[in-house]
Design a protein around this ligand. Structure first.
Ligand SMILES: NC(=O)c1ccc[n+]([C@@H]2O[C@H](COP(=O)([O-])OP(=O)(O)OC[C@H]3O[C@@H](n4cnc5c(N)ncnc54)[C@H](O)[C@@H]3O)[C@@H](O)[C@H]2O)c1
Length: 263
């Protein structure tokens, strides 16, 4: 036995939602690098397939806001890949849903919460059922955000990520007797725009007169790490939470944020 065995995910099956690009793609790659067999799902099926091709994984189309589709997807993962040991709830909506409260429509609010909150709930419920029946324990990793703690993007997004953090604690308590660890991973600013390098310190994109977004730009400019995060930083943290390295860790909110929450 060596420390490398503690992160070895060989024989484990993982499902990563929203894995076509960005953080989800990096997490799918990282879990695969640790030995897991990965099902990548996304609204964007060609994107999910492209990620799966990189890691010899599988792909499926999934809208996490569709409860019945989520049930089918989790079941299909277990049937096709021989079980379900790790669920990463990564799919999420963000930028287009910010702004001051007076400008947020019912539709905008519902659209984001149906993905960021309802979607996480549906996936947790479906996966927990499969994991409990299999009796082998499991890991659920919910992607929250530092915005759950520090307001900045707006009530719709920040509120949704705080809901994810609290759902995580509740489910950790409920599922612990089944040896299912449930943790939240909270990325700080992570640069996911392919093809363009992250802005350097002092040169952050200044949003168009929106005071909430300006707060975020200002904080990023003062980030202790001095640079935006790379998606694979989140992938490494996800491997920690998915592996035996974190056997005694459940119910936590783990910031992976370059020091954002120190500001
Ligand atoms: N990038 C950051 O700085 C940052 C910081 C904190 C938290 N996060 C969180 O990390 C997660 C991933 O963010 P990202 O920056 O990689 O985003 P992204 O927009 O690059 O990727 C999100 C993926 O989710 C998919 N998706 C959207 N709605 C979906 C749905 N209904 N069903 C299934 N898939 C859907 C998209 O197609 C896309 O492939 C999100 O939950 C986000 O809130 C990101």
């Amino acid at each position: 036995m060596s420390a490398a065995d503690w992160i070895n995910l060989s024989g484990k099956v993982a499902h990563v939602t929203g894995g076509a690009k960005g953080i989800g793609q990096a997490i799918a790659r990282a879990l695969s690098m640790a030995g897991a067999t990965v099902m990548v799902s996304d609204l964007d099926l060609p994107g999910a397939q492209a990620t799966a091709n990189q890691i010899s994984g599988s792909a499926m189309a999934l809208d996490v806001s569709d409860s019945a589709a989520v049930e089918r997807a989790m079941q299909a993962t277990a049937e096709q890949l021989g079980g379900l040991d790790i669920l990463v709830n990564n799919a999420g909506l963000y930028a287009q849903h910010g702004g001051p409260v007076r400008t947020i429509t019912d539709q905008t609010w519902r659209e984001l919460w149906s993905v960021n909150v309802d979607g996480v709930f549906y996936c947790c419920r479906a996966a927990a059922d499969i994991m409990i029946k299999a009796g082998q324990g499991g890991r659920i990793i919910n992607i929250s955000s530092t915005q759950a703690i520090t307001p900045g993007v707006g009530v719709t997004y920040d509120g949704s990520k705080a809901a994810v953090a609290q759902m995580t604690k509740v489910l950790a308590l409920e599922l612990a007797p089944h040896k299912i660890n449930v943790n939240a991973l909270a990325p700080g600013p992570t640069w996911v725009r392919e093809g363009s390098p992250p802005p350097t310190r002092g040169n952050q994109p200044s949003p168009s007169g929106d005071p909430l977004s300006d707060t975020v730009a200002d904080r990023i400019a003062r980030l202790p790490a001095g640079h935006w995060g790379d998606p694979m930083e989140q992938g490494k943290a996800a491997v920690f939470l998915a592996s035996s390295m974190s056997d005694f860790v459940t119910g936590i909110y783990l910031p992976c944020d370059g020091g954002w929450l120190t500001l």
